[in-house]
Structures are given as C-alpha cells and as structure tokens.
Design a protein around this ligand. Structure first.
Ligand code: SAM
Ligand code: SF4
Length: 327
C-alpha cells in the first residue's frame, strides 16, 4: 500500500475497545461516554480486518485501546494474530497498555508472539498516579510491569509530559528506567477530545523539557528507529534509551507509515485529521474479502499529508478522544 505522497503503509494500530479501567486526566473526562456495545466489532471481525491489512502489506501491528486488556476474550484475538508471525507475514505484534492487568496476562502475551510492549506510566509516586489516572493503583501497575519483564517482554515506558503535574519527575523516571533496563518515551499532550481541564494548562513543549534535561544528562544521537515517530537518544549516564514524540513542536508526518483502526471498524488515515473510511459496513455486507480489500486500498489513497494540531485553540483540535483511535 503506497499513499499519494509515496509513503509505504506498513504499520496498523488497532484500538480493540474504547473502554478503560482508568480515566487519565489528559485522555478523557471523568464522565466519559463509551460506545454502545452493538457498534463495536466482534473479535472475529477484528481478526478478519487485521488479516486483510496484513495481506496488503502491513508488517507491524499494535493492539491498543482504550485499555486492550479489559476487552473480554482479547487474548484469543492476539493469539490468532500471532499466527501471522509464525508464517512470516508479520514482523511484529505489539501492544500499548496501562499495565493494570499485566500481572495476569504477561506470560500469555509472550506465548502469543508479543515480544515488546509499551506501558503508560506518567509518575512513580502513588498518590500522583491516583490523581493523574483518577482511579489507578500504582502498585498493581508496577507488579504488572515486572511480571512482563520476567515473562521476557521488552518494555518501553510512555510518559506524557504534563505541566505542573509530573514535570519534576523526568530525572527520576530516566534513572528508574535506566536501572530497570526499560526504554522511555516522553510524549507531548495532543488536543484530542474534550477533557475536564484546559489543555493549554497541561501542555509542556518537549523541546523545552529536552533542553533542560541536557543540562544534566549526556544525550548521544541514536540510530534506533522503532517504526514510529519517536526520535531516540542514548543516555550516557544510564546506558538507557529515550525517545521524544513531539507532534506539536516538530512535524513527523513526512515519514508516516501508519493508519489506525477503531473498534467500530473506522479507519483513520491520520491521528490528527478527520479523514476516515467506514470498513464495518463493507466487512458486514460481503463474506468475501474482495470488497474489503478494495475499500482499504481506496482509503489509503485519501491519506492526508499531515496533521495541523494547534494547542492554543479553545476547542480540541479534534472531537474524538485518544482512546477511540488508540495511542
Ligand atoms: N490504555 C492504554 C495506555 O494508556 O497505554 C492504551 C491506549 S492510550 C490512548 C495510548 C497512549 O496515548 C498512552 O501512552 C497515553 O498516555 C497516550 N495519550 C492519551 N491521550 C493523550 C493525549 N491527549 N495526548 C498525548 N498522549 C495521549
Ligand atoms: Fe485509559 Fe490509556 Fe486513556 Fe489512560 S491513556 S484513560 S489508560 S486509554
């Protein structure tokens, strides 16, 4: 699949549910309204859709959400998708999770073919963790992370940089990840969906964070690429690796290789634009994949050149929340 700007689309992110057991302040409002279950694709339908994408050249697939591990039966879907790795049709199957259920699922994820996971962790302080996630228990997440490490999964921590919330914890997180052997990615908040507070109060440009960190840490440019938008540095003092995802201060669209599928079968061609295609209708209308494949190819031809996020706007740049399209 090649889009009109010559970019090869080889990476699919699938949000398998919009539901979540946490309510992170930057992601959703307290009274988040979730989709009616009838709108959500069955696991078999998700499997069929993902397999069609793999047939069209997707080599990397990330399962995300909402919280993917709260969807009942998700392990069956992951095991089923893992079959594509076994036969060489897929290079990598990964997951982004908040870690609350990892203690239970980690060995099974490894057995299904997952080798790397991203775990979101914005703080190492228990009461702060509760405040950011509104409902979460840090201890359970840490237990999950270590269970995943013991199961053989490589771990990358995703930390959203939030002004006046966790901006005094970056050094601690760098040290902790270095000690434990985890990669770390800092993420800028993106204006996706209405939340209870103002986004401009939360927003912290990573360019500033990085400049400040460089007064204390030695960053050496890394050639590492994870297939995503993060640019990496090696930290000389810890031997660890840090990525920076900076959608607002830096435009990473030129090399974009991905598309995103929601749990209702809507294909978003860019995280920062509304261009999408409803694949559920085609999927349900035809038992053969021919029409589905044509609809996917057609959608790829509508992939926009890039996003135009602007944090200063009063309204969110886009109405949909991150849990719908998946991070
Ligand atoms: N529930 C899982 C988790 O938290 O890892 C997976 C889905 S979550 C939407 C994926 C990632 O998006 C998380 O790392 C989260 O911190 C990030 N995220 C959510 N809302 C965001 C926003 N408005 N701006 C930037 N990152 C956001
Ligand atoms: Fe849930 Fe992830 Fe959103 Fe937090 S960031 S509310 S864990 S979907």
């Amino acid at each position: 699949m090649i889009d009109p700007f010559g970019r090869h689309i080889t990476y699919l992110r699938v949000s398998v549910t919009d539901r979540c057991d946490l309510r992170c302040v930057y992601c959703m409002p307290t009274a988040m309204k979730f989709l009616p279950k009838a709108d959500v694709l069955s696991l078999e339908e998700l499997d069929r859709l993902c397999s069609a994408f793999i047939g069209l050249g997707v080599r990397k697939l990330r399962v995300t959400g909402g919280e993917p591990l709260v969807r009942r039966g998700v392990l069956g879907l992951i095991k089923s998708l893992g079959r594509h790795i076994g036969v060489g049709d897929l290079d990598e199957l990964t997951m982004t999770t908040n870690g609350t259920q990892l203690a239970r699922y980690a060995p099974a994820l490894f057995d299904a073919g997952i080798r790397r996971i991203n775990v979101s962790l914005d703080t190492l302080d228990a009461s702060r963790f509760r405040a950011i996630t509104r409902t979460g228990n840090l201890d359970a997440v840490l237990r999950g992370i270590f269970a995943a490490q013991r199961a053989g999964l490589r771990i990358k921590i995703n930390m959203v940089a939030l002004r006046a919330t966790n901006d005094d914890e970056f050094d601690r997180m760098i040290r902790w990840c270095g000690d434990k052997g985890f990669d770390l990615t800092f993420i800028e908040t993106m204006p996706l969906g209405a939340i209870d507070e103002s986004r401009s109060n939360q927003y912290l440009p990573l360019s500033r964070v990085r400049a400040d960190l460089q007064t204390r840490w030695t960053f050496e440019q890394s050639e590492h690429r994870s297939g995503g938008p993060a640019r990496y540095v090696n930290v000389r003092e810890t031997g660890g690796r840090i990525g920076f995802i900076t959608p607002l201060t830096h435009n990473f669209c030129e090399s974009c290789n991905r598309v995103r599928l929601t749990c209702t079968g809507r294909l978003y061609l860019c995280l920062g634009q509304e261009n999408n295609a409803d694949l559920r209708e085609v999927l349900r209308a035809h038992r053969e994949d021919e029409h589905l494949v044509a609809a996917i190819k057609n959608a790829i031809q509508r992939k926009p050149h890039g996003h135009d996020f602007l944090i200063e706007r009063r309204q969110p740049a886009l109405a949909r929340h991150m849990n719908l399209t998946g991070g």
